[in-house]
Design a protein. Structure first.
Length: 286
């Protein structure tokens, strides 16, 4: 194992220990309620609402999880950020098992039309309780999140916060590190890939778009092309008036920097960056 891999493994262990300690310390501080809704295909989708117990009205946050993740990971220590941490940032948080995962019906869709409909259903479910709802996508979760918001702009999402999402078929399969989402489809299979390419959809989401990107990337250490492709697509949409604004890391809004300042790598830095940006977005909603 190289030093970077060892360092990340140590960070994951430290983060898991800290999370378990915080859960003991704040036992009873959160209201957690299991819910479900039905997708347009007729699948029952398992979801969970997490919020600070006794809190008044707060904005909502739907989490579109990374590959192979869902309620279990977002309730524990396996994801880069969990539901209680997100709720502690001032949100009513709805996490879900996308179709084909965990307790949800259906088949795995790797961010395609069914998973996009699952994100849509989650937003509608949370809008029953929250006046404004933003979306956080983790890694490949951006495919479902951006696709959903572009397909159903009437959802009126407050924002899309994208953490290191691979934006197109080239990046998703780059270096052979993330071949599972291809599901046996060739790169020239337009019908399969087009719905799953967030770079095609970000300009039509109709809400602010924020990208968080570290170097090294969490899945493809040397990769930053996906962040720049998303920023350029968002900039084109913003200039046409289709997108209110976008932001890459902490650069000024609606700027595609010539020399981007990347975030520090590793799960601990990512956790801090996601929660800090969510607090800033929450303040902009008030």
């Amino acid at each position: 194992m190289d030093s970077q891999t060892l360092r990340r493994a140590a960070e994951w262990r430290l983060q898991a220990i800290a999370r378990r300690a915080n859960r003991q310390r704040h036992r009873g501080a959160f209201e957690v309620r299991d819910v479900s809704f039905t997708s347009r295909a007729g699948y029952t989708i398992a979801a969970r609402l997490t919020r600070i117990a006794g809190a008044g009205s707060s904005p909502g946050l739907v989490v579109s999880p990374g590959i192979h993740q869902g309620l279990k990971e977002l309730s524990g220590t396996a994801a880069v950020v969990n539901a209680e941490e997100l709720a502690g940032s001032g949100y009513a948080v709805l996490t879900l098992d996308p179709a084909g995962r965990g307790a949800s019906w259906g088949e795995e869709d790797y961010g395609g039309p069914e998973h996009q409909d699952n994100v849509r259903g989650a937003i509608l479910e949370l809008q029953k309780e929250c006046a404004s709802v933003g979306v956080l996508s983790l890694s490949l979760g951006v495919a479902a999140a951006a696709g959903a918001l572009a397909r159903w702009p009437e959802l009126g999402a407050a924002f899309l916060l994208d953490w290191e999402g691979p934006c197109d078929r080239q990046i998703i399969t780059s270096g052979g590190t993330i071949l599972v989402p291809a599901a046996g489809h060739a790169l020239d299979d337009e019908g399969y890939w087009a719905p799953r390419e967030a770079v095609r959809h970000v300009g039509a989401i109709g809400c602010p778009y924020v990208r968080l990107q570290a170097l090294p990337d969490h899945a493809q250490p040397t990769e930053t092309r996906h962040a720049m492709r998303m920023a350029h697509a968002a900039a084109t949409a913003q200039r046409s008036g289709a997108l209110p604004w976008f932001q890459l890391n902490d650069h000024p809004r609606s700027e595609v920097p010539q020399r981007p300042t990347w975030l520090a790598g590793g799960p601990l830095a990512a956790n801090v960056a996601i929660r800090r940006k969510l607090r800033a977005l929450r303040e902009s909603l008030s």
